[in-house]
Structure formats: C-alpha cells, structure tokens
Design a protein around this ligand. Sequence first.
Ligand SMILES: [Zn+2]
Length: 172
Amino acid sequence: MKAPKIPIFSIAVFNAIRKTIGTLPPESGGLLAGSRKTGVITFFHFDTRAKCSSVGYSPDTVTLNRLLVKLNAEGMDMMGFVHSHPAGLHYPSGGDKYYCRKIFAANPELPFLIIPIVNSSATGSPFRIRVFVATPTGGEVAIWRVPLNAGKMKKIIPEINITVTATRQLIS
Ligand SMILES: [Zn+2]
C-alpha cells in the first residue's frame, strides 16, 4: 500500500478552521479543496448546515455538491472534510470510515480524502488538529496519520476566491 502524500494547509485555511470548528461544539465540519496534484489545501468551506450529532458529522451534501461544481470550474479539487470530535476521540470513527467508503465508491478516480480531526476549545480542552488521510483499498478504506504541514502560500495560488450563496459564509 502506497503511503499518501502529506497535505500542506495554507495558513488562511488553518486559521479559518481554528476560528470556526476550533471554537464550536464537536461534530462541526467543513470541506477542504485545493490541488490533488500538489497536495496543497487552499480552500475551506465551513458547513453551517451539516447534521451534527453525537454519532458523527454528515455534510450538507446538497450545498457541497453545488460548491464542487464551482470549485471544479476554478480548477480546484475536492480534497476532503475536516470535522471535530468530542473530547477524547482523537481518531476517525467507524462512521467517518463508512462515509469515506461511500465517497470512494461513488468516485472511483479519487486517490485520497484528507480527514483531519479537530478538538474544539468548546470541549474545555485546547484546540488541536490531527491530520488523517483516507485511501481506498479494494472496497475498504485505509486511514493514515500524517504530520500537520501548514505554510504561507505564494501569491500565484488562490487562497479563497469563491463565493457560493448568500446563506453561506466563506471564511478567509
Ligand atoms: Zn468523526
């Protein structure tokens, strides 16, 4: 099994995750996009309508699908989903794996999904982000823990340049 490329978060995306998911109650989440080729994540969409429960995070697929069309038109790739867990749950859950398996089944060309798990300061513990990459392995899903790599992007890479709908807030 080939180890996945280590993704690179733009500082803007990292800060946006910290300001939203990092301060809100667990099972908040959002979409990550960027370049699948370079592994650079330059776009974050905070999912305000996600169904958040103690069982898990499930994205608002209607809005996300609409967003993906726009991202593709901008030459960006969907890279994965970031969401928070209750205190003490540091790894992707069975439900998270199940969700990845469903996405891989529907998108056979997808080589990986980046699925960081956040500990929100709302849980009383300090903000923390652990980066995981899911890869498809013959109908199953492998989960890799990878280092967090964040950096300032060169100007030629658009960080956040897409607006979606008035009901959605893009955080830059
Ligand atoms: Zn989860």
